[in-house]
Design a protein around this ligand. Structure first.
Ligand code: ZN
Ligand code: FE
Length: 255
């Protein structure tokens, strides 16, 4: 059985740890810090076989050098020469085998230009989407355009509804507060706030989320909703779904 658990790191990152109960060889995604990963591996007698990297930011790559020196794993990431230590560079349409599963690579530029996501079909399907899709939110646009991010999110929402969404940050509560402002009559958002608050009070992660659920609560995936368009119209252009997305993203930056 494949299981995925979070290793909290830095201030609000999750380094996702994938393991099979039949093997001590595990995989981590976006190790921004080596120390918490090493601690878990040592405690549980595991070794690191694979690292997946979604994009170049230091809070996703800062632990690479130390983990590579220590465990010599295969390291799969985007085709960005700025990321040291990759053993395999992948892009759109590529696949890789990790933990006995086949992962499809999707290019999802917007947060950064090199951003990729890893998806594996199965029961359930799993998506590691770094800083592209968060629960109730999406990544800030540091390098890409709103058009790129909008298209990237559409690629991700085209995946199966039961896909588990493993985002890289615990931003859910703050995102939901924005969702409440953008989508004020949405009961699912109100319920999600109660649920997320309860989880955080108990120091539990709000992730993973389900793609179907994100389609109900995430305003950035709901730019075709008349209610959201009406709210966003106070902040900018909403002539098309993509324009509504652009306006929402800019509004969220100053929210
Ligand atoms: Zn980032
Ligand atoms: Fe990040």
């Amino acid at each position: 059985m494949l299981s995925v658990t979070p290793i909290p790191a830095l201030s609000d990152n999750y380094i996702w740890l994938m393991r099979q109960d039949t093997s001590p060889d595990v995989c981590v995604v976006d190790p921004g810090d080596a120390e918490p990963v090493i601690r878990v591996l040592e405690q549980e007698g595991l070794t690191l076989g694979t690292i997946l990297v979604t994009h170049h930011h230091p809070d996703h790559t800062g632990g690479l050098t130390e983990l590579i020196d220590r465990y010599s794993p295969q390291v799969i990431g985007p085709d960005n020469p700025g990321i040291d230590g990759l053993t395999k560079r992948v892009g759109k349409g590529d696949t890789c085998r990790v933990m006995g599963r086949r992962f499809d690579v999707h290019e999802v530029p917007g947060h950064t230009l090199d951003h990729i996501a890893f998806f594996t079909a199965g029961i359930p399907p799993l998506l590691f989407c770094g800083d592209t899709l968060f629960s109730a939110g999406c990544g800030r646009l540091f390098e890409g355009t709103p058009e790129q991010m909008y298209r990237s999110l559409q690629i991700l929402t085209g995946l199966p509804d039961d896909t588990l969404v493993f985002a890289a940050h615990e931003y859910t509560l703050a995102n939901l507060k924005f969702a409440r402002a953008a989508d004020p009559h949405n009961r699912d958002v109100a319920d999600a706030i109660v649920e997320a608050q309860r989880a955080r009070d108990l120091d539990r992660p709000t992730l993973p989320s389900h793609l179907a659920r994100e389609k109900r609560i995430n305003p950035f995936l709901r730019c075709d909703e008349p209610d959201i368009r009406a709210t966003a119209a106070q902040y900018g252009n909403t002539d098309t779904d993509q324009a509504t997305f652009t306006t929402l993203r800019a509004w969220k930056d100053s929210f």
